[in-house]
Ligand binder design. Structure first.
Ligand SMILES: [Zn+2]
Length: 363
């Protein structure tokens, strides 16, 4: 049941209530200076009790079935609530399960030590530690961000342990794929100006003895689908997306945030030294570097050209070429919004073959 209206409490006094049709609400502004009067369902200490640290503005989110959490920030969009609980990670779930939101000033220790109780319909994302992490785009292209949360959708109902390993494998390989692209950008630094040059300079640390350390955008494994900025489908049984056996290793939504992997026919591994994997294994780094190229808008390179965007895995070089770097720079400059994570349209996606088909296709 979705509530039809939003109830406002005048200056947080629940006796002074106003009601407005939900469809008429575009945004709600909370003023923390006028709202702390209402008794809270959360532990009293830290609310009105003593606090050795400076209090911070927070929201108390109460749920329909009972229970509440404290959040530093929240967004309600497309019928979903996303709330940042700082050290307790973030929560994501249907806004219709939220009963109230109150503005509070709380002791930081209460935020840190709360045991968030959310309805079963909510997903709780743990806190991730990542350097310089941000979902903000690097330049005009909205898909190439300063950080990625990689969510893996599996179709084979794995145990939580298997799923966690898979999530880590894909996030690691995706992170390495981003390193490849970023290194290409760094190598082209002399051709860059403005925001792109500033971006590269901001992620390279130099020592006085001449060493340069590149700290590119990081990829963290997402637990909640709503936290994932990139969705990877781990498919063990998809006749729709991978109709032919041992043909395409992966496909991606062009100008999108969704990648599909054929995990039925390929044994994916993450290996920084590609020479150490067996013939039966497929290194996910090159596959994801290629598919991410599609995500940011790149099409396939000309046949026979060595490129990350070659349409056959065996023709992808270990490191991106100067032409790849130029193609990346071109794409970063374009205003590309991309489709939402999880959106995958089989007719507007592009794929990577394991090897070139023997006989030319007649159709
Ligand atoms: Zn492709």
């Amino acid at each position: 049941m979705t509530p039809k209206s939003v109830i406002f409490a005048g200056a947080c006094d629940l006796k002074r209530r106003g009601e407005i049709d939900r469809k008429d609400v575009k945004s709600i502004l909370f003023d923390p200076t006028i709202c702390d009067e209402t008794p809270t369902t959360l532990p009293h200490a830290g609310m009105q009790g003593p606090c050795e640290l400076a209090r911070v503005a927070a929201f108390e989110i109460g749920f329909v079935g009972g229970g509440a959490v404290l959040a530093l920030n929240l967004v309600i969009a497309d019928g979903k609530l996303h709330a940042d609980l700082e050290q307790n990670g973030s929560i994501h779930g249907p806004a219709s399960d939220v009963r109230y939101i109150l503005s509070r000033s709380v002791c930081p220790t209460v935020l840190a030590t709360q045991q968030p109780k959310t309805p079963a319909t909510f997903c709780q994302e743990p806190w991730h530690i990542a350097v310089n992490f941000s979902f903000a785009p690097v330049f005009n292209n909205q898909i190439f961000a300063r950080g990625f949360a990689v969510y893996v959708e599996s179709d084979d109902h794995p145990t939580p342990g298997v799923q966690a390993k898979r999530r880590q494998l894909v996030a690691n390989a995706f992170g390495s794929a981003i390193v490849l692209w970023t290194a290409a950008l760094q190598n082209a630094r002399k051709n860059l100006t403005g925001e792109l040059a500033a971006y590269i300079d901001s992620i390279v640390s130099r020592s006085s003895s001449g060493y340069a350390l590149l700290a590119p955008a990081q990829a963290v494994p997402a637990t909640c689908p709503d936290f994932g900025s990139i969705h990877v489908r781990w498919l063990t049984d998809s006749e729709t997306i991978f109709p032919t056996r041992k043909d395409y290793v992966g496909k991606a939504q062009v100008e999108g945030r969704t990648i599909a992997l054929d995990a039925r026919d390929f044994d994916f591994v993450w290996n920084l030294r590609g020479d150490q994997i067996s013939q039966q294994q497929t290194n996910l780094i090159k596959v994801l570097a290629h598919e991410f190229g599609h995500c940011i808008g790149l099409e396939h390179a000309a046949p026979g050209q060595r490129s990350v965007m070659a349409d056959v895995l065996t023709e992808i070089p270990d490191i991106p070429t100067a032409a790849d770097a130029a193609a990346l720079i071109d794409m970063l400059g374009r205003h590309i919004r991309g489709t939402a994570p999880g959106e995958f349209n089989a007719t507007s996606c592009s794929g990577l073959r394991a090897k070139r088909p023997k006989a030319p296709r007649t159709n």
